[in-house]
Design a protein around this ligand. Sequence first.
Ligand SMILES: Nc1ncnc2c1ncn2[C@@H]1O[C@H](COP(=O)(O)OP(=O)(O)OP(=O)(O)O)[C@@H](O)[C@H]1O
Ligand SMILES: [Mg+2]
Length: 454
Amino acid sequence: MPSAPSLLVVDDDPHVRTGLCDILNHHEYKTHEAGDGRSALTLMEERPVDLVLLDLDLPRLSGMQVLESALESHPALPIIIVSGKGTIQHAVRATKIGAYDFIEKPVDAQRMLVTVRNALEKRTLQQQRDHLVNEARARYRMVGSSNPMQRLYAIIDKASRTASKVLITGENGVGKELVARAIHHNSSRAGEPFVTVNCAALPESLIESELFGHRKGAFTGAAQQRQGKFISADGGTLFLDEIGDMELNTQSKTLRALEEQAVQPVGADDTIQVDARIIAATNKDLTRAVDEGGFRRDLYYRLNVITINVPPLRERRSDIPDLVAHFLHKFSTRNGIHTRRVDGAGLTLLMSHDWPGNVRQLRNVIERLVALSDAAQIPATAVADALGRHDRKVTELRQTDLRAAREQFERAFIRRTLDAQDGQIQSTAEALGISRSHLWRKMQKYEIESPSDT
Ligand SMILES: Nc1ncnc2c1ncn2[C@@H]1O[C@H](COP(=O)(O)OP(=O)(O)OP(=O)(O)O)[C@@H](O)[C@H]1O
Ligand SMILES: [Mg+2]
């Protein structure tokens, strides 16, 4: 731990306080003291406190009340109840509403120190976990604010709040895996593993052991026992990618695992319970595969509880400027250079492209453009080269579509600012440096819905 943890000792008896603080200081904890409930709460607001030792029998505000409001404003703060003879029952109740633990008076120094150390350790682990979750959220951030994307975010949000199975469909490179990760990272399973299985990449003989694990000696070459991805994902999310390419035989076994919420490792007699949230993805038309006999109907129904279709990029071209900016920034930073820009005509070209490989293809094109660019501004000719477009249209586009590009930019910019200002028209207008009525006109022109009328 970088600096000594700060502990707050709350007790109305100054002798008890001093006694506890002496022991704690001796073990290199910093301490603060409070003699009543109200000053305890004030202290918690005024300085960073890592843990509280709280007597229940306090003047001005009872220990129970202190506990409740402290947990409300600092939900992760460990609070250890120090209870006298008459308050044991309250202490038990306190742990039920969120106190970490309780110790009895007269306080046994060793027991107190162990409890304090465990509580702080748990808090550190929790903080590390939160940090990782936040990092993952940032890494897998989704870009785009078109109407189709807004609808996508809304459904991701709903799916995150349940543990239902999700089936994600969409063309190559639209962001299916990103959607799966977004659901996981926004769900209560966020700190647990997200495990991916590519159902297309493995031959049938291997996929079963990959999914369900195997016992040592289950087949030739099985020198070691193996856990399998279902079990690795226990408590977290199992992402079955390219499920449309799974062999029929494996489909049956997967169906059984889903029905029983248990897996049978290859070569094992018994089954093992697992609690993995299932998200599957495919770029195939599964209903057609079902009709043609390539995909089990019962498995399809089992998976298809929440369906999310990620629309192709050509149906949400207004996301292109944001995506371009996102990838320009990403690859410029990665290459250690100043963030590159694409000129207006270049952007127009990018926006008018059909992107059969969707966001992945756009990402690759931008990566290449950044790698090859010497100047801060990437010219339209370089974009045309990257897209393999050398036709006359390129030069025409420069004059006619510059305006369209500018408008797309403006629209996306207003939208983003509105979002950042929580939909407040007045503050958005101020942020943009235009009048309220001017903003209204622009919003009408670009068909931007107003989130609120204030
Ligand atoms: N909305 C988005 N914002 C930012 N990046 C995105 C977005 N959508 C996709 N990407 C990026 O595009 C690439 C392709 O996305 P992803 O792998 O999720 O697509 P996919 O639909 O699973 O593709 P495939 O069908 O080929 O498996 C990834 O690098 C991903 O980070
Ligand atoms: Mg994928």
